[in-house]
Design a protein around this ligand. Structure first.
Ligand SMILES: [Zn+2]
Length: 257
């Protein structure tokens, strides 16, 4: 590892954390259908604009000890968490792809999944404004940048959307209630577009296993009459992001040539 590489990696990580700060704004405003660029960031409690020197990812939170400088209202630790998470993924993706178009596409893909994850946790919705344009954009990124064959990406869209649609339809038919939202269907179509149909088994396997474990934990912790339905989007997103790092190994196990 040489010094240039490490410096580059750290710079990419810091840039990622700054993007993470913007993702916090998206997570907060997209479900409220507010503009994500205007007005500038302000404290949700006292509406004071956030000074530029208080807007440094992670560090500002630590300096301010998690409180607004103006009204002393507690700032959710989720803000620095999202910043750190985005920075970490930027660094890991740099490690995998180097400074390249693949890094850019995979980072944008991951950033959109981070936004989807936290909106889904808060509101149990996956906003169409991300997932619907996400499908053709992921298709273009897959075919022209990520070196996924054209028809694999296309089958990923049809398969991803179709598989979950069938699941949802069966569930509704048997239980007479809606189990899986249309948002999950569009999200899996988007993931299938980016990774191609071969990834779908991995993504569904990871998301249902981790989802089941978390579900069991929640029931043990909060009791059976838990009113909160677990959103599925975050688990799908987790599967898709893990595919960056485990996808090749998984495919070699599945189709050893
Ligand atoms: Zn405040």
């Amino acid at each position: 590892m040489d010094i240039v590489w490490i410096t580059c990696g750290i710079a990419v990580g810091v840039f990622g954390a700054m993007v993470g700060s913007f993702l916090n704004v998206c997570i907060w405003r997209i479900p409220l259908e507010q503009s994500i660029v205007f007005p500038a960031s302000h404290c949700p409690a006292c509406s004071h604009a956030i000074r530029f020197y208080d807007n440094i990812p992670i560090i500002s939170y630590l300096i301010l000890k998690g409180k607004c400088r103006d009204c002393q209202e507690r700032i959710s630790p989720r803000y620095p968490f999202v910043e750190a998470l985005t920075g970490l993924f930027a660094f890991l993706l740099f490690w995998k792809y180097g400074l390249s178009l693949q890094l850019l596409c995979s980072f944008l893909f991951t950033a959109s999944l981070i936004v989807i994850t936290f909106i889904d946790i808060d509101y149990q919705i996956i906003p169409d404004v991300i997932s619907l344009p996400g499908i053709p954009l992921c298709f273009l990124a897959a075919v022209f940048v990520m070196e996924v064959p054209f028809w694999e990406s296309l089958l990923g869209i049809v398969g991803g959307g179709g598989v979950l649609y069938l699941f949802a339809a069966c569930y509704e038919w048997i239980k007479k209630e809606e189990g899986m939202g249309g948002g999950d269907i569009k999200l899996l179509a988007m993931l299938g577009a980016f990774w191609g149909w071969k990834s779908l088994l991995f993504i569904l396997l990871i998301s249902s296993c981790v989802g089941a474990l978390v579900g069991i934990f929640m029931i043990l912790r909060f009791g059976r009459d838990m009113k909160y339905a677990l959103p599925f989007g975050p688990f799908l997103a987790l599967g898709a992001v893990l595919y960056f790092f485990l996808g090749e190994v998984f495919q070699q196990i599945l189709w050893p040539v």
